[in-house]
Design a binder for this molecule. Sequence first.
Ligand code: CA
Ligand code: CA
Ligand code: CA
Length: 220
Amino acid sequence: MKAKNRDQSLSDSRELDGSYDQLTDSVEDDFELSTVCHRPESMDKLQEQTKFTKKELQVLYRGFKNECPCGVVNEENFKTIYSQFFPQGDSSMYAHFLFEAFDTNKNGSISFEDFVFGLSIILRGTINDRLNWAFNLYDLNKDGCITKEEMLDIMRSIYDMMGKYTYPSMQDDVPREHVESFFQKMDRNKDGVVTIEEFIESCKKDESIMQSMQLFDNVI
Ligand SMILES: [Ca+2]
Ligand SMILES: [Ca+2]
Ligand SMILES: [Ca+2]
């Protein structure tokens, strides 16, 4: 076991510099699957760190465990789970963006902690917390501003997810038009990017965005 662990860390570092071959990769994946079983922090601690009650956390944990018996979700599993909610479209791109937003410690998997921290912000956070979370989701390369390209990728992924039956005559310029009107509203100094300050300020002035955020209050 000791030797195997050493191999594992060795291969991890090799994987990082990209000189790692396919075959060893799949062996490594198997090894990881059998060992990454992850136990969450104590419910008391999670209760302190989130806005959920212990009872709610238990219900969420049961659901999480049910979907992911191993205790963590990798991106592929996340996409599969997510696709069940959007059977008519292709949700894989949007699920990829969501996965990145939930995986806050960037270790390539969503643990129960990642999951409830995100959910706590989305469902119970202050307006500012929620807007920050949304901004982080749209800021695909996480450099602190949203470009038109990033917004276009997000829009396309949402349209893909909704599926061609929802939007029968969908053309490429529809997402593009949405991006333009988003920037018209959000990019206050017209420099071509939307910063977190511009985003929060514009959203707070937008009646319909504020209303849709309040909808979340009634979800759980
Ligand atoms: Ca993670
Ligand atoms: Ca960016
Ligand atoms: Ca700007």
